[in-house]
Design a protein around this ligand. Structure first.
Ligand SMILES: NC(=O)c1ccc[n+]([C@@H]2O[C@H](COP(=O)([O-])OP(=O)(O)OC[C@H]3O[C@@H](n4cnc5c(N)ncnc54)[C@H](O)[C@@H]3O)[C@@H](O)[C@H]2O)c1
Ligand SMILES: O=C(O)[C@H](O)COP(=O)(O)O
Length: 625
C-alpha cells in the first residue's frame, strides 16, 4: 500500500508530479502534521500537511496531490499549469500568470483539447468549449483538478462527470450580470423599433419609413422568465422605461421581486399576460425547450420574445412556426441551441428575428471582471481552498476550513487505520459510523469535511479511486458505504474552545484481523483526538492508548506483564527502526493489554515476525498511515 503524497481536500494521488520530487512529497517530514502558520491560515488554505524543512517553511498540498510550497510572497510552487481554452482578458491572464504557467490555446478542436487536458492542473473555458465526460475523465487520469468557467452558464460542463472525477468546477457568476441585462434591454428596444432590419435596408439603399413602424414599450407588460441576477437587473431597467413588469421564477424570493416592483406569477400567467417575454433562466433539464408549440399557443397574438439566456430553452422549430403564423410578432436572440447556428438556419434568417452572436457578456468591462473573477477562483481552488463560486462542491467557509484542519487529518487517518484492520475474509464494509464528541451545537460544527475525509481514508487504501470533498459522498454511495454520523455532547468548558473533543470511527458487521480492535459491541472501533495540533490515536477497541499519528503504527495485543516494551523496543532497535511514540493500554492489571507503537520506518517482514514470536504477544498488526 503506497502512502499518498499528501492529503489535501482536493488531492489526486494519481497525478504525475511536475517539478516536485515524489520522494520528497512522501517524506515523513512532508507528512507530519502541524498547526498551520498564521500566514497560511490567512490565505484560507485547506492544507492538512506541513513540513518543518527550513527550505519550505510552509508546505501545502495542491489539488493535484503535489507538495506546494508557499514562499514569503505567498506564491505556490511548483507552479501549477493552467490551460485557457477561450479568449480571456489580459487582466485575468495577468492574475493567472502570477501563480501559474499559463497556456492560451484558443480555438482547439475537441480532439486537441482531449490530447492536452491531462497535462494541466486547471482548464479555463467560456461557453464555446464543451467540457465533456471524455475530457474530464482524460483530465482526471492526469493532473486536472479544477475547471474554471469564465462566465455564468455551466451547461457546457458535464458536472456529474466532473464530480465523479473529483474535479472542482468554479464559475464567475457576477461580473457579467449587468452586461447581459444591458444586452437584453438593447435587444428589446432595437427589436421594438426594427433597428437592425431598418439599418440593413438603408445600407442596401432602401429608405423604407412606413415598413419599419415599431411598437412602444411604455405601459406594456414585460414577463421576466427567471428572476435571478440578470432577470432582476432587466426588470429594474424595464421599470425605468415605464413597463409593467411581471416575473416567473419558482425559486425567487417574493420580497426581492416586490422591492423591484415586479409581480411574481405562475408560468402560464406570465406568458399569457405579456406583450414582451424576456428569458433569463438557466438551461437545465426542467427548462429545456420549455418554450414550445404548447406554450406559444398560450401567449398573446403578436407577442415579442427576447432570449439572452440559452438557446436550448426554446424549441427553435416551434418558434419558427410561431413567427410564420404571426403568433410571435418578433424575436430577438443572442443565444442558440447550436452555436454558431447553421448558415441556413430559418430562425436566424427570419425577417422578424434580430440576432447577435452570443454577445451578452461581451463588454470590455464585463470581460475584464469575469477574467479576474475566474482567475482568482481558480487560484484559490489550486491552493486547496474551496472557492465561493464552487458549483459542484459543498461550500465550507474559510474560517471553518482553517479551524478543522488538524481534525480533517485525524478523520482521514482514523479511516485509513480502520480499513486496514478489516480481515480479508470479511464481506466488505457496509456500515460506518463517525461519532463526534463536541461542545458545539449542530449549527456551529460543519462535519461534511470530516465525513469526506473518513471516506477518503477508508476508500483510498483499498481501491484505485481517489477521494476528495468533491466526490466523497458520490464515491461512498457508489461503493454501497453507508456513513452515519452521531454527535455526543461534551460539556467541559475547556473543550468549548476546540471544535471537537474526539472523533470515533466504527466499522460494523466486519471481521477484524486484529481482535483487540473489536469493541464490546462487536464493531472495529478507533478513536482519536487532536493534541497541540497533532492527531493522536486514543482508543483501539476497548483499550485506551495515546500515540501520535505520524509515521506508521504497530499494534500488539499481549498479556499484561513487565518487560514487554523492552522486548519489542529491542527488536526494532536492532533493525534500526526508530520508535516515535509508544503507549500501552490495558483492561485490567495482569489481563489483556495493547501496545501501540509509532515507527518512522517500515519494519521488514522478519522484524515483524520476531515481534510476533515474543511468547506473551497474542496478535499484532502493522498499519500504514
Ligand atoms: N447571453 C449571455 O452572454 C449571457 C450572459 C450572462 C448570463 N447568461 C445566461 O442567463 C441566464 C441567467 O443568468 P443569471 O446570472 O441571472 O443566473 P441566476 O442563477 O442568477 O438566475 C437564474 C434564475 O432562474 C431561475 N430558474 C431556475 N429554474 C427556473 C424555471 N424552471 N423557471 C423560471 N426560472 C427558473 C432561478 O431560480 C434563478 O433565479 C443563464 O442561463 C446564463 O447562462 C447569458
Ligand atoms: O453564461 C454566460 O456567462 C454567458 O453566456 C457568457 O458566455 P461567454 O463567456 O461565452 O461570453
Amino acid at each position: 500500500m503506497a502512502a499518498a503524497a499528501s492529503r489535501a481536500i482536493l488531492s489526486n494521488p494519481h497525478a504525475a508530479p511536475a517539478g516536485a520530487s515524489p520522494a520528497a512529497a512522501r517524506s515523513p517530514a512532508a507528512r507530519s502534521s502541524v498547526v498551520l502558520p498564521r500566514r497560511l491560515r490567512g490565505v484560507r488554505s485547506a492544507v492538512i500537511s506541513s513540513s518543518s524543512s527550513p527550505a519550505a517553511a510552509v508546505v501545502a498540498s495542491d489539488p493535484a496531490g503535489r507538495i506546494l510550497g508557499a514562499g514569503t510572497d505567498g506564491a505556490l510552487w511548483p507552479k501549477p499549469a493552467v490551460l485557457v481554452a477561450e479568449k480571456l482578458s489580459e487582466a485575468g491572464l495577468a492574475v493567472l500568470r502570477g501563480f501559474a504557467d499559463v497556456e492560451c490555446a484558443y480555438g482547439m478542436s475537441p480532439s486537441e483539447l482531449l490530447a492536452k487536458v491531462a497535462q494541466f492542473d486547471a482548464l479555463i473555458v467560456r461557453s464555446g468549449t464543451k467540457v465533456t465526460r471524455e475530457v474530464l475523465e482524460a483530465g482526471g487520469r492526469g493532473r486536472l483538478r479544477v475547471v474554471g468557467r469564465a462566465g455564468v452558464g455551466i451547461d457546457n460542463v458535464d458536472l456529474q462527470a466532473a464530480t465523479e472525477a473529483g474535479c472542482l468546477v468554479v464559475n464567475a457568476p457576477t461580473a457579467n450580470t449587468v452586461a447581459a441585462a444591458e444586452h437584453g434591454i438593447a435587444l428589446l428596444a432595437s427589436m421594438a423599433r426594427n433597428v437592425s432590419q431598418a439599418d440593413a435596408a438603408l445600407k442596401a439603399g432602401k429608405w423604407q419609413r412606413s415598413k419599419y413602424v415599431g411598437v412602444s414599450l411604455v405601459g406594456k407588460t414585460l414577463a421576466i422568465m427567471g428572476f435571478g441576477k440578470v432577470g432582476s437587473e432587466v426588470a429594474r431597467r424595464a421599470k425605468g422605461l415605464g413597463m409593467h413588469v411581471i416575473a416567473h421564477d419558482p425559486y425567487a424570493p417574493a420580497d426581492r421581486a416586490r422591492a423591484i416592483g415586479a409581480e411574481l406569477v405562475s408560468f402560464d400567467e406570465a406568458i399569457s399576460r405579456a406583450d414582451f417575454i424576456s428569458l433569463h433562466m438557466p438551461l437545465i433539464p426542467a427548462t429545456s425547450k420549455v418554450f414550445n408549440d404548447e406554450s406559444f399557443a398560450k401567449m398573446k397574438n403578436g407577442v415579442r420574445i427576447i432570449n439572452v439566456a440559452r438557446g436550448g430553452v426554446i424549441d427553435e422549430d416551434a418558434l419558427v412556426r410561431a413567427l410564420d403564423s404571426g403568433k410571435v410578432a418578433q424575436a430577438a436572440l443572442d443565444v442558440f441551441t447550436e452555436e454558431p447556428p447553421a448558415k441556413d438556419s430559418k430562425l436566424v434568417l427570419h425577417e422578424n428575428v434580430t440576432v447577435t452572436p452570443h454577445l451578452g457578456a461581451s463588454t470590455v468591462e464585463a470581460q475584464e471582471g469575469v477574467a479576474i473573477e475566474i482567475a482568482e477562483a481558480v487560484a484559490g481552488a489550486l491552493r486547496g481552498e474551496l472557492a465561493a463560486t464552487a458549483v459542484n462542491a459543498p461550500m465550507v467557509p474559510a474560517e471553518v476550513m482553517s479551524e478543522l484542519a488538524p481534525y480533517v487529518s485525524l478523520a482521514e487517518k482514523l479511516g485509513r487505520l480502520a480499513v486496514q484492520l478489516v480481515a480479508s475474509e470479511s464481506g466488505g464494509i457496509k456500515g460506518v459510523k463517525v461519532v463526534y464528541t463536541t461542545a458545539r451545537g449542530p449549527d456551529d460544527l460543519d462535519t461534511r469535511l470530516l465525513r469526506a475525509m473518513v471516506t477518503k481514508g477508508i476508500v483510498e487504501p483499498v481501491s484505485s479511486t481517489f477521494v476528495n470533498l468533491v466526490n466523497a459522498d458520490y464515491t461512498a454511495k457508489q461503493r454501497g458505504l453507508r456513513i452515519a454520523e452521531e454527535r455526543v455532547s461534551h460539556e467541559s468548558p475547556a473543550a468549548a474552545e476546540a471544535p471537537l473533543e474526539s472523533i470515533q470511527v466504527r466499522l460494523s458487521h466486519v471481521q477484524s484481523k486484529f481482535a483487540g480492535a473489536i469493541s464490546d459491541g462487536g464493531d472495529i472501533v478507533l478513536e482519536g483526538r487532536v493534541k497541540y495540533g497533532v492527531p493522536h490515536l486514543t482508543l483501539v477497541g476497548p483499550y485506551e492508548v495515546d500515540v501520535s499519528l505520524e509515521g506508521n503504527l504497530i499494534l500488539c495485543r499481549q498479556i499484561d506483564q513487565p518487560g514487554m516494551i523492552g522486548k519489542v523496543g529491542n527488536i526494532l532497535g536492532q533493525r534500526n527502526v526508530n520508535i516515535s511514540f509508544m503507549s500501552v493500554g490495558r483492561t485490567f492489571r495482569g489481563k489483556q493489554a495493547i501496545m501501540a507503537i509509532g515507527v518512522d520506518e517500515e519494519p521488514d517482514k522478519d522484524t515483524l515476525e520476531n515481534i510476533g514470536h515474543i511468547p506473551a504477544i497474542e496478535e499484532f498488526v502493522f498499519l500504514e498511515l
